[in-house]
Design a protein around this ligand. Structure first.
Ligand code: DLL
Length: 432
């Protein structure tokens, strides 16, 4: 077991005191060592001495992805490069990549948080962890890897790709825990079937999936198909990587490691801090990071916080499953739509496979949403009339859930591109 009850079940009062002490330290540190923070704080007339309660956090300016880009590559680091022991980076598909750095102690804390996360999802030193998150600049692979070693489990560092070989290894090595994106887990299941293997022939018991949004219906789908218990894990490189938050066996939200991070929810438009329970954008402040401390980072992820007691005994605040990133939200005729909303509807209908893509286009002056979804082999070989019936049902269900007109296109099994990492759900062909 790697359950640090002293920290994870710390009484709220004590936790708040610890957070405040750490927050004050970090604010002093960024003010002293990171010119960009000093400049921003000076601009609004806030000095480190002004932070005397957790409420005072509100006074500090936000940090966002643009700040990381503007300070590319290392200008937000708060320690000398000689003390930086690891660098990760985003792929930079939407602009300059964002770069994050770690001190030796940051890596230790990350490993500890990941060990805690794996333990929360039922892993132990007896587990064989098949880690198919990508190794490299992406934080998924190495993040899980160090946590698994810290836990004392046996980790298989397969990274993504070469799926058939992965499955043979899983079979031969008796892997008990699978870690990868939920979309890759589904793809693995397809390959398992193609290879004539039954999930029950494997020893897999649990999966720890994250790095992209996935709905409750997707969880059910994966759990049934792979015959495992599926847990949600959340994180982002800017904050530390995977391990910022993890579900416990109660699966009623993801506990955020509050001894290292302070979470807030804001209205993404007005930037006003919202009360617990309200849905909005998650904002995170790191309170122990040495190399890249981040104050009030706007994650763009939409969720809500819950503080009521959790049966597992952990006292750390829970965030709801992420609805989506504001970047993935498509606005169609004024309606905000997240892929996860569509996923929930699709997966409630028998005959539909959990592979879909949204194509957004502008025809004339009108925005049009097409939902392409795969249907099962059996349905596809049925008569046209049945397919048409399914298409109509899907259209009606989607239109009633979203409140806009939708075009549904049923496609043959295995025609939508599979992903070994984060799935691409939206193709926006509109020109702005
Ligand atoms: O995806 C870190 C990670 C690796 C998390 C492995 C979990 C497992 P980035 O590549 O920086 O880091 O992407 C971070 O991915 O802001 C969310 O939009 C999304 N994301 C991560 N976990 C979840 C999740 C890693 N459980 C971005 N549910 C975040 C929904 C998630 N979205």
């Amino acid at each position: 077991m790697y359950w640090d009850k002293e920290k994870e079940c710390m009484p709220q009062e004590e936790l708040k005191n610890l957070q405040l002490r750490r927050l004050k330290e970090i604010v002093y540190r960024v003010y002293a060592f990171v010119p960009a923070y000093k400049e921003k704080m000076d601009e609004v007339g806030i000095r480190p001495d002004d932070i005397n309660s957790l409420e005072d956090l509100k006074k500090l300016p936000f940090t966002n992805k643009q700040d990381l880009r503007d300070n590319y590559p290392f200008n937000l680091f708060a320690i000398p490069m000689s003390d930086v022991v690891r660098i990760h980076s985003s792929s930079g598909t939407t602009g300059k990549p964002t770069v994050v750095g770690y001190s030796k102690r940051d890596i230790e804390i990350w490993a500890e948080l990941m060990a805690r996360a794996l333990c929360s999802a039922g892993a132990s030193k007896h587990s064989v962890i098949h880690n198919a998150y990508g190794y490299g600049l992406f934080t998924g692979g190495l993040g899980v890897h160090y946590g698994a070693e810290r836990l004392g489990a046996s980790v298989i560092p397969t990274s993504g790709g070469n799926t058939k070989r992965q499955i043979l290894l899983m079979q031969d090595f008796g892997s008990t825990v699978l870690t990868c994106t939920p979309s890759y887990a589904l793809f693995m299941h397809e390959v398992i079937e193609e290879m004539g293997i039954k999930p029950s022939d494997l020893k897999l018991k649990a999966g720890i999936f994250g790095a992209e949004p996935w709905s409750e219906n997707m969880r059910r789908e994966i759990e049934t198909k792979l015959e495992i218990d599926a847990y949600d894990i959340y994180g982002l490189s800017e904050i530390i990587g995977p391990g910022v938050a993890i579900e416990c066996p109660c699966k009623n939200g993801l506990h955020i490691a509050e001894d290292h991070f302070i979470a807030e929810i804001i209205d993404p438009i007005t930037e006003e801090v919202l009360p617990d329970g309200a849905q909005g954008e998650l904002v995170i402040t790191t309170i122990t990071k040495e190399a890249l401390p981040i104050i009030r980072y706007r994650t763009r992820d939409l969720t809500a916080l819950q503080r009521d007691k959790c049966e597992c005994g952990r006292t750390h605040v829970r965030m709801q499953k992420v609805l989506g990133r504001s970047d993935d939200m498509v606005i169609i005729r004024g309606v905000n739509i997240f892929p996860s909303m569509i996923e929930s509807v699709l997966l409630n209908i028998p005959g539909v496979e959990p592979h879909y893509q949204l194509i957004v286009d502008r025809i004339g002056n009108l925005d049009v949403l097409e939902v392409q979804v795969e249907v099962s082999e059996k349905i596809f070989s049925d008569e046209i009339r049945k397919l048409e019936g399914l298409r109509k049902t899907l259209t009606a269900e989607l239109e009633s859930a979203l409140g806009i007109g939708v075009k549904v296109r049923l496609v043959e099994p295995r025609t939508i591109e599979r992903s070994e990492g984060k799935a691409k759900r939206v193709i926006d062909k509109r020109e702005f």
